[in-house]
Design a protein around this ligand. Structure first.
Ligand SMILES: CC(C)(COP(=O)(O)OP(=O)(O)OC[C@H]1O[C@@H](n2cnc3c(N)ncnc32)[C@H](O)[C@@H]1OP(=O)(O)O)[C@@H](O)C(=O)NCCC(=O)NCCS
Length: 171
């Protein structure tokens, strides 16, 4: 029997500011002072701690963890199970350095984003990567630790080719 598609059991702090047309799925936690921009979607079991800034039209998939004061730009895609860390030598007693993700970034599933890194505009992070250093805009990095792989343009070209191949298989 189909279950009604109505998200349940969300805990959203009263001081969090949620924009228009934000889709929040089941079992999501959003902490005090966090801001979520218009049109963003937040998947099941996502935890977003306090004072995080998230831009508009982002896609945050299930089981993502975003630590306090992280900053995420507009149109950012975050794959399932990715975690953002803010305490480099835990427990440091609040000496935190949250990550910054600029606009139009794509982050694969299962990644770890270490404290203090900046992921530049338009960058792509391959699945299951550990991002230990800043990532240049419009570049793609992969692995643990994440190393330069290809450019964003090359990523888009491969993606196009990949989708074409899938469509050809179907027809
Ligand atoms: C990187 C990616 C786009 C594939 O790129 P690709 O260039 O087509 O990769 P290939 O399959 O040709 O692999 C090239 C090499 O990189 C390695 N590789 C591919 N993805 C990797 C990853 N995420 N981490 C480490 N190494 C990886 C492959 O093992 C291969 O190594 P080899 O040459 O020693 O055999 C894909 O693996 C990926 O990470 N996609 C993101 C998926 C995701 O997280 N989606 C989230 C929503 S569900």
């Amino acid at each position: 029997m189909p279950v009604a598609d109505t998200p349940q059991y969300q805990v959203i702090h009263p001081t969090a500011k949620i924009g228009r047309n934000v889709k929040i799925w089941h079992l999501v936690y959003i902490g005090a002072g966090t801001v979520v921009g218009d049109g963003t979607s937040i998947g099941t079991l996502v935890q977003i701690d306090r004072e995080v800034r998230i831009g508009r039209d982002c896609r945050i998939q299930g089981n993502v963890y975003i630590s306090s004061k992280s900053v995420i730009g507009d149109r950012v895609f975050i794959g399932p199970g990715t975690v953002f860390l803010n305490d480099m030598y835990p427990p440091s007693g609040g000496h935190w350095e949250p990550p910054v993700v600029e606009d139009n970034v794509i982050i694969g599933g299962g990644c770890v984003i270490l404290p203090g890194v900046t992921i530049g505009e338009g960058a792509v992070i391959g699945a299951h990567s550990t991002v230990t250093r800043d990532v240049n805009g419009d570049s793609m990095v992969l692995g643990t630790p994440a190393r330069p792989y290809i450019s964003r343009n090359e990523y888009e070209a491969r993606k196009k080719q990949y989708i074409k191949g899938l469509e050809e298989k179907k027809s």
